[in-house]
Design a protein around this ligand. Structure first.
Ligand SMILES: Cc1cc2nc3c(=O)[nH]c(=O)nc-3n(C[C@H](O)[C@H](O)[C@H](O)COP(=O)(O)O)c2cc1C
Length: 165
């Protein structure tokens, strides 16, 4: 397969990214403990899925080195990023670096890392992991949740921004 063609539909991958980039979203850091080490990655593909039972969904890339560490214990924390946390979003999108260096965090009720200064926190237990192309489609049950204060960090057309009503 050529580097610019998506499989099956023959769509150009650059065009796919550019068009889908018109969907603005917030950003989360998905975290978990790998033994005694915190692990995490920046994630845009996250949404509220079900109220009863309380489920969320997210889509980690199948090439993510952090996702197996984050999810190994079965307990994860979804940290919704605040507008002043762009640097964290960038750091946690890099592979193979010490992402938690200098980062404030505590241990949430389910044992996963809870990042200081986030806009909201969701403690979750991973329920189902489905293959979905080059990503996993993961559902997780929310066991505890809390919101802080502030404004969200947003992502739109490849750039970070903040919310204005
Ligand atoms: C704005 C933004 C959104 C991202 N969204 C996702 C996502 O939804 N799913 C995902 O697996 N990776 C996403 N990434 C990439 C990961 O943060 C990270 O680069 C990837 O997991 C590789 O790092 P790792 O090897 O430590 O896992 C995003 C990165 C950025 C900058």
């Amino acid at each position: 397969m050529s580097g610019v063609e998506a499989g099956g539909g023959g769509l150009d991958q650059g065009r796919f990214r550019a068009v889908l980039g018109h969907f603005a979203s917030g950003l989360v850091l998905v975290t978990g403990m790998h033994g005694d080490q915190p692990a995490g990655f920046t994630c845009q593909s996250f949404f509220s899925l079900s109220l009863d039972p309380p489920l969320i969904a997210l889509a980690p890339g199948r090439s993510s080195t952090s996702w197996p560490k984050v999810s190994g214990s079965g307990s994860i924390c979804v940290n919704v990023l605040a507008e002043d946390q762009e640097a964290l979003a960038r750091t946690f999108s890099q592979s193979g670096v010490d992402k938690f260096e200098g980062v404030g965090w505590s241990t949430s009720a389910n044992g996963a890392p809870r990042l200081s200064g986030a806009l909201a926190w969701l403690d979750c237990t991973v329920e189902e992991v489905h293959e979905a192309g080059d990503h996993w489609l993961v559902t997780a049950r929310v066991t505890e949740l809390e919101s802080g204060s502030g404004q969200p960090l947003l992502f739109y057309r490849g750039g970070f921004g903040s919310f204005t009503a």
